[in-house]
Write a protein that binds this ligand. Structure first.
Ligand code: NAP
Length: 333
């Protein structure tokens, strides 16, 4: 099946400036953490990537360890690029990868040393069959490596042409501020921060978003649907094939408590009154804050992807809706 991207692909997607940089990112970006590994169906993965691009998603987020097996999401993505995104289409895409979590045996296969970050990036480029990535992230802060060393590795990744921009992920406000300052001194500004942020996970509101705004760094929340909890996926039990049903899935059945379900049902009722799915409402709830550049979703089907992108048809939330949502969220299970 030859692929020709839709001629309409840039007609509807919103693009937001990433901090105070030259880069615009789509309001919805697609992550390949789950559903794109060697355990998953390659043709489904391929159709999700094609559909995403057809609907204006230009940003695809990976990491060295995505799979399972670790590395296979990058391999599959590289094969999809090779088959479908030929010619100059690479220039229409922003591809990111990361290093920080465990990837290979021995003392150089995780955390934040220059040795690990740069060799991991070289491995990622090989797996994706790319000359460069657009964004290279330190996936998590390393308490035992000087922040200067980790940031110098990002700087070198950019200076050597392996990456165009540097990013950080999972850094709390004070360490993010430090990292951003060091990168600035090195001459490679921090483009973006990738934190976990959703209606159910709000630590970023306690200082990180202010730091990012002050320093002109973009913000791309991951797991904006709380891995599927903030959707209708679990309203009637745990469906076969869902993330919570999979042994390798990071969402555990223990996360789906009765109290949590009650909360999800109440949020779902508000979404219904807006003629939206809960997933759509959860995404626009994040995008209402202008400091949010893009929301980084996952999807296991083209239908889910379409449903999520369609949130852009109704992005406004009334004060009344916001208050009702807030009162439900305050009842923290
Ligand atoms: N930097 C980091 O440390 C870090 C950590 C985690 C993730 N990430 C990035 O963030 C990306 C997204 O994370 P995530 O996959 O956890 O995001 P998410 O959007 O919160 O969850 C995605 C899951 O929700 C379900 N879903 C999505 N849309 C749906 C819809 N419209 N209706 C019903 N169910 C729907 C699907 O579950 P089913 O599979 O059950 O269908 C899907 O796999 C990752 O791919 C990765 O790129 C980064």
């Amino acid at each position: 099946m030859n692929y020709t991207p839709s001629a309409e692909r840039y007609n509807k997607m919103l693009y937001n400036r990433c901090g105070r940089s030259g880069i615009l990112l789509p309001a919805i970006s697609l992550g390949l953490w789950h559903n794109f590994g060697s355990v998953d169906d390659f043709e489904t993965a391929r159709s999700i990537i094609r559909r995403a691009f057809d609907r204006g998603i230009t940003h695809f987020d990976l990491a060295n360890n995505y799979g399972p097996a670790p590395g296979t999401a990058e391999e599959n993505f590289g094969n999809i690029l090779k088959k479908d995104f030929t010619g100059n289409l690479r220039d229409e895409m922003v591809i990111s990868t990361k290093a920080g979590y465990h990837m290979w045996a021995g003392p150089y296969g995780e955390w934040g040393s220059r040795k690990y970050l740069l060799s991991s990036l070289d491995q990622s480029l090989k797996r994706m069959q790319l000359d460069y990535v657009d964004i290279f992230y330190s996936h998590r802060p390393d308490p035992d490596t000087p922040l200067e060393e980790t940031m110098m590795a990002l700087d070198i990744a950019v200076r050597s042409g392996r990456a165009l921009y540097a990013g950080i992920s999972n850094y709390k406000a004070p360490e993010a501020k430090e990292a951003i300052k060091i990168l600035k001194q090195l001459g490679t500004p921090c483009l973006i921060h990738q934190p976990k942020y959703s209606m159910f996970e709000r630590w970023v509101e306690g200082g990180l978003l202010d730091v990012l705004e002050e320093y002109g760094v973009g913000c791309i929340p991951f797991s904006p649907l709380a891995q599927g909890l903030l959707t209708d996926r679990y309203l009637k039990g745990i469906p076969e094939g869902s993330r919570a049903s999979k042994a390798h899935g990071f969402l555990k059945t223990a996360d789906i408590t009765e109290d949590r379900l009650q909360q999800i049902k109440q949020l779902n009722d508000i979404a219904k009154k807006r003629n939206q799915s809960l997933a759509q409402m959860a995404l626009v709830w994040l995008l209402k804050d202008k400091r949010i550049t893009s929301v980084l979703i996952g999807a296991s089907s083209v239908q889910q992807l379409d449903n999520n992108i369609d949130c852009l048809d109704n992005v406004s939330l009334s004060n009344d809706e916001l208050n009702k949502i807030e009162s439900i969220l305050r009842k923290n299970p």
